[in-house]
Design a protein around this ligand. Sequence first.
Ligand SMILES: Nc1ncnc2c1ncn2[C@@H]1O[C@H](COP(=O)(O)OP(=O)(O)OP(=O)(O)O)[C@@H](O)[C@H]1O
Ligand SMILES: [Mg+2]
Length: 325
Amino acid sequence: MRILAFEGTAHTVGVSIIENSNILINLKHSYTTQQPEGMLPRDVAEHHASLIKELTLKALEKSSMSMKDIDVIAYSAGPGLGAPLQVIKTFAYVISRKNSLTLYPIHHSFAHLIIANYTADVDDALYIYVSGGNTQLIVLKDNLYPIVYGETEDIALGNALDKLARELGFGFPGGKYIEEYAKKANKFLEMPYTVKGMDLSYSGLLTYALKLKGKEKVEDICYGFQEHAFAMLMEVVERALSYTQKSQVVLTGGVALNQRLQNMLKEMAEDRGVRYKKVDNEYLGDNAAMIGVAAWHLYKHNISPIKADAIFSKPRWRIEQHLEW
Ligand SMILES: Nc1ncnc2c1ncn2[C@@H]1O[C@H](COP(=O)(O)OP(=O)(O)OP(=O)(O)O)[C@@H](O)[C@H]1O
Ligand SMILES: [Mg+2]
């Protein structure tokens, strides 16, 4: 089965073609900005609208296919920013109507997990999903039903990194700049550490770090923030591993690109005899391949696609409800 997949819930617009579980092509383009307000939904929507057709034509051309070779469409239906979601939904609708194809509405976060199964040999993992909008520890029951064991009570780790970066004048997205600056630190700054049972809170840490602006070196602020934020995460991950008895652990989402975070988790997993699984960088941040692979996964589990007229998008959508269409 050949799937044409679209992603566009936030900053990245992507188009991918999947043949069964094989990723034939994965194209993407990310919106970045230096403006002080950060990412504005209408600008992101415009970015996606100006690129999605061109990316689709390129994906077909590069894999020597035409729309006649495609069997089904997959699109990111949410959660995400309303305006970019509308762009993706409209494009998916038009293309499915024009070619009489059905569609798989894919939950973006579920796709971030499932890509690990198909590209990193994951089958019994505690998933640590750390991204711009989410920080969650998840287990999949029967490979289909997510159970959230812990999560942030306020802002997501990626969002906290982006906000700190913006205030320090780095632009959006900022996680990679924080990582670079943290490497050059030479002083460890004590900061608030907030873990509540299996949940985390990053807003106090962020507020504290922001107040240090102008008083401490940027490098040291970045380093202190990262060390505290990641140590908090490690504490709940360790508890979740002990509770769930999972044999594997895997990081997914854009923040998983952080080398320091990867190393911390790897070390902790190895100490506990848990296998650390690594998803290729190409599939960590937002991408359309994960949307296509998730559609293949649903198809394999006998879940049928929907007709064009039933298309929808949901800006707010809990992962536990990913099959509520
Ligand atoms: N090297 C890095 N270190 C830390 N964070 C990083 C790094 N590279 C990217 N990020 C962060 O990853 C986030 C983007 O991840 P992703 O593309 O999965 O997010 P998203 O789609 O916006 O969020 P969600 O999946 O929750 O909808 C941004 O917050 C960005 O700053
Ligand atoms: Mg994402």
